[in-house]
Design a protein around this ligand. Structure first.
Ligand SMILES: [Mg+2]
Length: 267
């Protein structure tokens, strides 16, 4: 049975602080050599993921902005109407301007700072990204990451639900998205894409570190949580989930090694 690997980026494949993936590099190469697609499923944006894909020499479909959209490599999903730099786009999420207006209109309930309103310098300070990465990080189309200064989170969540919106919690930011928008739908749709291409359903393996990964882990055949910088794990309920001791990319590599040894993945 063929496998498809779905991975979160920040805090999972990439170190939470340094954004480096050194610990996972060897296994990434082996997976690609073995023909296992590595599908990035992240809260990051199109340009951020493409830059990383080029550095890693990956050209698989990927999900951006917490399930906001899926991009398929040129020529592999040409029935889709929208595209960016030749990549076909399947839109699943909300409109970023609508989300930004909602955050601003509800400032009295929840004092918030949307990522897209920060200066590049402030983004560098708050995230540790490099200055040249800040513009790509704040160009949102289908989600609004934000920081909370204070207020009534429960009340804000109720209001969001009434407006057909939802909240997801990532490693650094909260994310305002459409209700039911999450990384799980990316996994289901990309798995269906490979089922059509290969004529058989692949095994799905998903790796994450935060609450915004839970829907993806729920939808996967094999779920993996890597440890967070404090050594603990996000409070995920599924008992069958593999909880790695390694933090971020170290735990990522441990999980792939374990799965390869068990014959659960060809690498
Ligand atoms: Mg993460």
């Amino acid at each position: 049975m063929r496998s498809v690997l779905f991975t979160d980026l920040d805090g999972t494949l990439l170190d939470h602080h340094t954004y480096r993936h050194d610990a996972a590099s060897g296994w990434l190469k082996r997976l690609q050599a073995a023909g296992v697609p590595v599908v990035i499923n992240t809260s990051k944006t199109f340009h951020e993921v493409r830059a990383l894909q080029e550095a890693l020499e990956i050209s698989a479909p990927f999900g951006v902005e917490n399930g906001g959209a899926i991009y398929y490599p040129p020529g592999t999903a040409s029935h889709l109407p929208d595209s960016q730099e030749g990549w076909s786009c399947e839109v699943l999420g909300a409109d970023a301007d609508t989300l930004l207006a909602f955050l601003e209109a509800n400032q009295s309930t929840l004092q918030n700072t949307p990522l897209s309103t920060l200066s590049d310098r402030e983004i560098v300070q708050k995230t540790g990204l490099r200055p040249e990465q800040a513009a790509s990080a704040k160009t949102r189309h289908y989600s609004q990451p934000f920081l909370i200064q204070g207020g009534d989170l429960l009340r804000f969540k109720e209001r969001a639900a009434q407006a057909g919106l939802g909240l997801l919690q990532g490693g650094r930011f909260w994310h305002l998205v459409a209700a039911h928008q999450n990384k799980g739908e990316v996994l289901r749709r990309v798995t269906a894409h490979y089922t059509r291409r290969w004529g058989e359903a692949p095994k799905s393996i998903a790796l994450g570190d935060s609450a915004n990964d839970f829907a993806m882990l729920d939808a996967a055949d094999i779920a993996v949580l890597v440890a967070r910088p404090d050594g603990g794990h996000a409070p995920y309920e599924r008992a069958a989930c593999r909880r790695m001791e390694g933090i971020g990319p170290v735990g990522w590599a441990e999980a792939i090694e374990q799965l390869a040894k068990e014959g659960a993945i060809d690498a």
